[in-house]
Design a protein around this ligand. Structure first.
Ligand code: SF4
Length: 932
């Protein structure tokens, strides 16, 4: 056949227009250029100018095109017409939907605002949703942090005024050694990948500490296959080694932490364990120059780590002495913890030696003068180039708060926080716990709450308790059961509402939270609770459920009223300094999303709907003095709302259009953001880039930007005095007393110095009957349940086997294609297995949220996600088994309430392969009808 020349267009025109906005295929919020052709998305690429991703785009981000065309998108407001769970709905108008919601909510506000419980999932508008709930007056509001990683956030903020991920980052440019504790592959996705790339280019070492070697751990230089739930013990052993070797940064500890602060050592004193303070309430330290006690922040003070003070017959000793005594104890020696952690003692010694070598022998200096909060000028910035990053792996345990505290203690003892090469805060952090609000939970009919719901208690007096001592919140956050629970306990809401404990509610209002499937413990029981009826009245026990989502997730079938949301390319969003911005360590940054395509369905952005509802309910701030709606929609709110005079959701282009941070609303602010690529960046001056909590230049910059109204330098809390206040209450001191059955637990677990204890429920009997740990991880290519319905991403992870380590695989005679029954103290599942060598020998695991319920997410009923995909959630109970005194504690961290997903214990047995995974639930009907 004769060769014919044909014209091949090697550079076809992809699009007729490009719109720059922010990705929402995971929570990293990268900048994207959306190429549009004939008004439709043709292609998505990374925005090279964007501070988060600098042009990098991951598989999820590229697959956004399939998210905005997904068959599972809800099309119109829906009213349930069949029984809950039947999936039978009728489409209604938005007017009818909003009138219905208003008719349900208005009487509650007028009589008992707490009967509305409003909880949101992984949305990024908590500044608005929290304010709305505050104006409504219900105490029952939180987002999903309680079942995600509140232990990380709370431990970070209480210890050092900032936390990992959104609030801080490794110093990617200067770090020489990075330790990753329990970091899976999705959270902080592109930024970590890019950061690891920088480290590899410079030859820096990365050590992964994780029972499972995938993702970041697979590209680490070294991997330590720790036994789940023992990270805190390993960390305290590292601290033991460093103290024994004298490899800690004493100068840093004396200047920037409460190591020199004097502690009351008299067991008979009602202030035993509290700080000695001056008349102004400032903690006192001994001054090395004068030998006298002085306020920790006094000009010229040289805090002394070695000497205490005897005053009025009471001995006071520096925190550092208490700390050294505790962790020098032989019970923390590597030889004492090795077996429990599953790590040879020699390896723990070697890791400690490596930390010390890099921190002290490879210290770095930057020629940058700066002045500290005591007025002392420093000619250089000294760095100890060891950085650490941690995520849910250490956090989602019932010992996760103290474990995360221990990790911060390790960082601080090495002098690696806010110093070159270490861990750096991102604005609006650092921000100490004292600068956060206290929780507000007293509902008054017809009135807003007196302040924000969520906050940082500093003692028992800040708990959210009714006069009779019962919890004021439906999730029991800020009660004696979970005193420091700054993200609430979303995983307890449905169980508590169903039990009427501490009281019954009327309306459950959920946004983007798949509580009838992968976001609940014990999914089958939660479904029963959502459908359970009061035998006397015949009404549902949880009478009304309103749900907003963009997709037909499993939760849709269990709601009475559906408010369909848009996809992320059809909406306005605000990634705000008031909330969870996209700042970097050397710059404050915020961003927007805006409608780059028009919705082709009768759907509305949830935030605009919330603003409408606020106006219809007449909530303060949502209506003008004459009762008219205060905002036309979310875009209008983003532009004109002021949280404090001159401070709004976005920092850029304020006032006359050239003001940053502070300034009156500017009418064209959103257009200016769009013209700027969808984001705004404000750099931190060179002299302010490190030592932020103590650096006067940073403090002044933060005040100028509006992050605070006055400088607020502080010292790190190695010793967390608020925990000691709870211990004192448990010992009978003070007017606020815990119930007797919780005294011992508070006394033991709320230790002001980090401790390790075995995960609750992990006793010898449980370990014998259920010898394996079971974990989940999120894969790099998926973000929770959003990704696993995406036509492109499903091809990467269409189902999820249970990964089994070599020893268990061989013992049970498993072969490829086999199935296993996995049994926990609460139930069994039957699932496919796969062999994995790079795994802790006592651990099995699977990918999270790949398994779907038949019929949900517009997938066909024989989709592998429904027939071979599964959840571990069926094996996890929201309550621990009854104890000797009959009480059942929540399966949560006893300090923060963090859901203890990763405490799960199981046993495994080989079984004949069933046709499908077990349990399997009846298929859900499509909410809009049809089969596709
Ligand atoms: S990392 Fe997350 S935000 Fe960034 S491109 Fe990927 S999915 Fe989008």
């Amino acid at each position: 056949m004769r060769h014919q020349d044909t014209f091949l267009d090697l550079a076809p025109k992809l699009s007729d227009r490009t719109a720059k906005t922010t990705c929402y295929m995971c929570a990293c919020r990268c900048g994207i250029n959306v190429h549009l052709k004939d008004g439709r998305v043709a292609y998505i690429e990374g925005n090279r100018d964007h501070p988060v991703n600098k042009g990098v785009l991951c598989a999820k981000g590229a697959a956004g095109i399939m998210q905005v065309t997904a068959p599972s998108r809800l099309r119109a407001p829906l009213r349930r017409v069949g029984p809950r769970g039947s999936g039978q709905f009728e489409e209604i108008s938005w007017d009818e939907a909003l009138e219905t919601a208003t008719a349900w909510m208005a009487p509650l506000r007028a009589t008992a605002p707490e009967k509305l419980a409003f909880f949101t999932g992984r949305d990024q508008s908590q500044s608005l949703t929290g304010w709305w709930a505050q104006q409504f007056g219900t105490p029952n509001y939180a987002a999903h942090g309680g079942f995600c990683s509140v232990n990380m956030a709370a431990a970070g903020i209480y210890t050092m005024g900032g936390a990992f991920w959104e609030f801080g980052q490794p110093d990617w440019e200067r770090t020489k050694l990075l330790l990753l504790f329990g970091v899976a592959e999705d959270h902080d996705s592109n930024p970590i990948k890019m950061g690891l790339g920088k480290l590899k280019e410079r030859g820096a070492r990365v050590i992964g500490i994780n029972p499972i070697r995938t993702g970041y751990n697979a590209v680490a230089d070294d991997w330590i296959a720790i036994t789940p739930g023992t990270d805190g013990l390993l960390i305290l052993s590292l601290i033991h080694c460093l103290l024994t070797a004298g490899k800690i940064d004493l100068d840093y500890l004396a200047r920037y932490t409460n190591a020199p602060v004097l502690v009351n050592e008299d067991p008979a004193s009602p202030e035993h364990g509290l700080f000695l303070r001056d008349d102004a309430g400032k903690p006192l330290v001994m001054d090395r120059a004068t030998g006298k006690p002085m306020a920790f922040d006094a000009a010229g003070v040289k805090p002394d780590l070695a000497h205490g003070l005897r005053r009025a017959g009471i001995t006071h000793r520096p925190v550092f002495q208490l700390l050294a005594e505790r962790y020098l104890d032989p019970s923390y020696a590597p030889e004492a913890v090795a077996q429990r952690c599953g790590i040879p003692a020699a390896r723990i010694h070697a890791l400690a030696a490596e930390l010390a070598r890099v921190a002290f022998d490879e210290a770095i200096e930057i020629d940058q003068p700066w002045t500290d909060f005591r007025g002392e000028r420093h000619e250089k910035m000294l760095g100890r180039p060891v950085a650490m990053h941690a995520m849910r792996g250490i956090s989602a345990h019932s010992n996760g708060f103290q474990t995360a505290r221990a990790l911060h203690l390790l960082q601080i003892l090495l002098g690696t926080v806010e110093t070159p090469g270490g861990f750096r805060f991102k604005p609006p952090y650092p921000k100490p716990p004292e600068a956060h609000p206290k929780p507000h939970a007293t509902a008054t009919p017809g009135q807003p709450l007196k302040g924000p719901h969520l906050g940082y208690p500093m003692g028992p007096e800040h708990l959210a308790l009714a006069p009779d001592g019962t919890p004021q919140r439906i999730d029991k956050a800020f009660s004696w059961e979970n005193p420091l629970s700054p993200h609430g306990l979303m995983h307890m809401v449905i169980a508590n509402a169903h039990a009427g404990d501490p009281y019954k509610i009327d309306t459950l209002f959920l946004y983007m939270a798949n509580m009838a499937w992968n976001s609940s413990m014990s999914t089958g029981r939660v479904i029963e609770m959502l459908t359970d009826k009061d035998p006397e009245t015949g009404e549902y026990v949880i009478p009304r459920i309103i749900y907003s989502d963009a997709y037909s997730s499993e939760m849709v079938a269990y709601a009475d009223l559906i408010l369909p949301d848009t996809t992320y390319l059809e909406r306005h969003d605000c990634i705000s300094l008031l909330d969870r911005p996209i700042s970097e360590a050397d710059a404050a940054a915020d961003a927007i999303r805006w409608p780059v395509i028009e919705a082709d369905r009768d759907v509305r952005g949830f935030q605009s709907v919330l603003i409408d509802l606020g106006a219809k309910l007449g909530l303060p701030g949502f209506v003008t003095p004459d009762g008219a709606p205060a905002f036309t929609d979310y875009a209008d709110y983003i532009t004109r709302h002021e949280r404090r005079p001159g401070i709004g959701p976005l920092m850029g282009f304020r006032g006359d259009g050239d003001q940053t941070g502070r300034g009156a609303p500017h009418p064209d602010q959103l257009q200016r953001y769009i013209d700027n690529g969808g984001f705004f960046t404000h750099h931190i001056p060179q002299a302010a880039q490190y030592y932020k909590p103590w650096n006067t230049a940073y403090q002044d910059w933060a005040v100028e930007l509006g992050l605070y109204d006055s400088p607020q330098p502080y010292i790190f809390n190695l010793y967390l005095e608020p925990l000691r206040r709870f211990q004192l209450a448990a010992d009978g001191h003070g007017p606020h007393q815990p119930p007797d059955h919780l005294r011992e637990r508070i006394r033991t677990m709320m230790d002001p110095l980090p401790i390790w204890y075995a995960p609750l429920g992990d006793d010898a009997d449980t370990a014998q009957d259920f010898p394996l740990h079971a974990l989940t991880q999120r894969p790099m290519a998926m973000y929770h349940s959003w990704g696993s319905q995406n036509a492109w991403l499903r091809q990467i992870h269409g189902h999820n086997p249970l990964y089994v380590p070599t020893n268990i695989w061989a013992t049970h005679g498993f072969a490829d294609g086999d199935w296993a029954r996995l049994t926990s103290p609460h139930g069994s599942i039957t699932v496919p297995v796969a062999h994995m060598a790079a795994l802790n020998p006592n651990t099995v695991w699977t990918w999270n949220a790949i398994g779907k319920r038949k019929g949900a997410w517009a997938l066909s009923e024989d989709a592998p996600e429904a027939t071979k995909g599964f959840l571990l959630n069926h094996l996890i109970h929201e309550l621990l088994p009854a104890r000797g005194d009959g009480h059942r504690w929540s399966n949560s961290d006893p300090i923060t309430g963090q859901a203890a997903w990763f405490d799960l214990r199981v046993r495994i047995e080989k079984v004949t392969a069933p046709a499908e995974v077990q349990p399997n639930f009846p298929a859900l009907a499509r909410p809009h009808g049809g089969t596709r």
